[in-house]
Write a protein that binds this ligand. Structure first.
Ligand code: ASP
Length: 407
């Protein structure tokens, strides 16, 4: 039987959850024999992120052929990203208030979370310009690579004829990277399976049960945000059927769910947006790398829920002004949050500090963080894709795609 790749990836995910539950009693087997294949798959995707982002962004910036258009697109993208993130935290706070996941919990707090280690916003902004671009590439510093690529792209456009060979070089590099992405994606059903088994085996029901309300609030929030906000965005700006959108973005969402890294998922996100959603190469390669780095709706939503959870556990009331502070801090913190597993948890300590909540409270979440991380990362990636559709549509760069939804 010939199944679509998306269906196969979903089967891999479900099978992984089932096998993980079955192996719950002996997670070492999962860790020892299955996890390495997951790491192998994840490393394969990560291998191409830097060359892909650099080359596709140079091509994207150079092919707009007009610096003003690039600036306009940048402004729109950032506005969409910040707007959707603020809505996400608000949904998180509302659910945290409704569910009261922390009331009635009297957990002994004997672990201590690491204090805030998030870089201040100003520092993040100044550091966007790399003093040494090669170092940025070696360290896979996404924001810096984006900045460097934009400069090269604009440089190529302004130089004219003499810039052509460099453009061709990056175009060829990007094409080769897309080909490699397609190959890696054919392994995704197995990769996703191998990634998810150890997570489920280690975080079995007994680990999750005490905090089940937090999990429900975050997952429900994720669903509401996706269904309400993203459906409206793709419908209003892209005139796209939301179902078609979710179907098209599914491969990226599944990979994000199982890897818990939006930076790691980026090659797949770009591929899905271009092939399944009809976003032009120029827009996809500009909006999506930026999104994987600065747009974290799922993370912000999780921080809203968790801040209220911590307040409730300690029996503290959060005044409206404090809740507004959470919206602002979480929105800004999402810019500085790296798209790697667990980054949102570190930022959570910063959000707690901003409203004077004890950061030890974060330790209560630590045990279930991976399961929350998977959901928030999937939302992060779907959010990037929804904004890519909207920006493409308003720039008249959204091509109609035929029914053939590929990987
Ligand atoms: N893992 C998330 C991501 O990569 C970030 C987070 O920890 O919230 O998008």
């Amino acid at each position: 039987m010939k199944l679509k790749l998306t269906t196969k990836i979903l089967i891999g995910l479900l099978a992984g959850i089932i096998v993980g539950l079955l192996l719950g009693g002996s997670p070492e087997i999962a860790e020892k024999y299955i996890a390495p294949f997951g790491t192998l798959f994840f490393n394969l995707i990560r291998m191409i992120i830097v060359p892909l982002v650099l080359s596709s962004l140079v091509v994207g910036a150079a092919s707009t052929g007009d610096v003003r258009k690039l600036g306009r697109m940048g402004g729109k993208t950032v506005a969409f990203y910040l707007g959707t993130t603020a809505v996400a935290v608000t949904i998180g706070l509302i659910l945290g208030n409704l569910f009261s996941p922390g009331s009635g919990i009297a957990m002994p707090i004997n672990e201590t979370a690491e204090a805030v280690s998030a870089p201040p916003l100003l520092e993040t902004l100044i550091n966007i310009i790399p003093s040494n671009p090669l170092q940025a590439i070696v360290n896979a510093n996404m924001l810096q690579i984006i900045a460097f690529a934009l400069f090269i792209g604009v440089g190529i456009t302004t130089v004219g004829e003499k810039g052509k060979p460099l453009f061709n070089f990056f175009e060829s590099l990007a094409e080769v990277m897309y080909k490699i992405t397609a190959f890696i994606m054919s392994l995704a059903p197995y990769g996703v399976f191998a990634l998810i088994v150890p997570v489920v085996a280690v975080n079995g029901p007994s680990v999750l049960a005490p905090l089940v309300k937090v999990i429900i609030a975050v997952y429900l929030g994720a669903l509401i945000h996706a269904i309400v906000v993203y459906s409206s965005i793709v419908k209003a700006f892209g005139k796209m059927n939301p179902l078609k959108f979710f179907k098209g973005v599914a491969p990226a969402a599944t990979v994000a769910y199982s890897t818990a890294s939006s930076a790691g998922t980026l090659p797949v996100t770009i591929k899905s947006a271009k092939e399944n959603l009809g976003v032009s190469n120029g827009v996809a390669s500009f909006v999506l790398p930026l999104g994987a780095t600065i747009n974290m709706d799922g993370t912000a939503l999780y921080q809203g829920v968790c801040a209220l959870f911590v307040a409730q556990v300690y029996g503290l009331e959060l005044a409206l002004a404090q809740q507004v502070t959470i919206v602002l801090t979480a929105t800004l913190a999402s810019i500085g949050t790296a798209g790697v597993p667990g980054a949102g948890f570190i930022m959570l300590t910063m959000v707690l500090t901003a409203v004077g909540l004890p950061i030890e409270g974060a330790a209560l979440i630590a045990g279930i963080d991976r399961v929350l991380d998977m959901a928030r990362t999937a939302v992060n990636v779907v959010g990037d894709s929804a904004v890519a559709v909207a920006v493409a549509a308003t720039e008249d760069e959204l091509e109609p795609v035929t029914e053939k939804v590929t990987s």
